[in-house]
Design a protein around this ligand. Sequence first.
Ligand code: MRU
Length: 362
Amino acid sequence: MEKNIMDYETVALDDEHDALVIIDQTKLPGTTQIISLKTAQEIWDAIYLLKVRGAPAIGVAAAFGIYLLSRQIVTDDFDTFFAEFGRQKAYLDSARPTAVNLSWALKRMEQVCLQNREKPVEEIKALLKKEAVLIKEEDIRVCRAIGEYGLTLVKPGDGILTHCNAGQLATCKYGTATAPIYLGQEKGYGFRVFADETRPLLQGARLTAYELSSAGVDVTLICDNMSGAVMRNGWVNAVFVGCDRVAANGDTANKIGTSVVAAVAKRYNVPVYICAPTSTIDMNTKTGADIKIEERPAEEVTQMWYKERMAPEGIKVFNPAFDVTDHDLIAGIVTEYGIARAPYTESLQEIFAKKANGQKED
Ligand code: MRU
């Protein structure tokens, strides 16, 4: 029987062949191509080109990536090892600036080196593998917990709108914004989902519509400029989206167009929920104004996906990959430790206090 896209691992470690294994998401939904990455350049390119994408998946890929690169460092001396580790870490970290999970995962891996500096380098490498595997396992647990909290915000038969892909393909399982949908699916909730196509890279059309329909969810694909129409029709009870970085005041960077959806949702009294693992909440970033927004090549807007170029030669193009949704447009931030509500400056701190106290996620 042919494999369903949901049966594949988004990110995996092939330790035997010293490789990071991913689904090349730029080829979906037409072709399911599994690729193995070994060099720093291959891993950097895969993240930059969005072969692996979505904040949590980028974090897991970077963790496996830096572990594999650390194995290529030939020395018994910690300082020599750590200097080269730092160089590779900085290189991977430079692939994409907005999703905080990238630097978050790399910092976690760096801590493993620092906390074990007295141990032999070979032992540190084994601990790095352990940490990367843990980051992946945590991602699955965290997404499931977000799904459980998110499910309390909706009821059977509800219409849910989502933007971009914060699905299984953006994580290791369940997704974040899709987790309540998949958990609802397990319980027979019969949600009707609207997936924004998400210009310019079409993550909604190519990935979200694909994975949800493959999982048997009732999903309708709409262009980005149609969310107002479906909300005005009363077809949407809640918006669930993911995020790339949540600031300490709740301002949230997510895929370009999210802020437009949130503004329209406000107009039609539809609550907008940000599904956010704590790994994506950056308490060191005060507000959305402090979030670096990635800008990408003009060709993604003018010609990519089109049979022929669809814009005049030489036209000026602005192509930010993300935008910031102001915290006052957000009804709640769904984390693995519960749902934060305004004022976020306080509620997000409470979420991190729960995390620090080691409270169970769900
Ligand atoms: O540019 P992408 O495809 O990496 O952008 C992805 C998003 O904006 C997602 O919504 C976000 O990373 C959350 S994924 C759980």
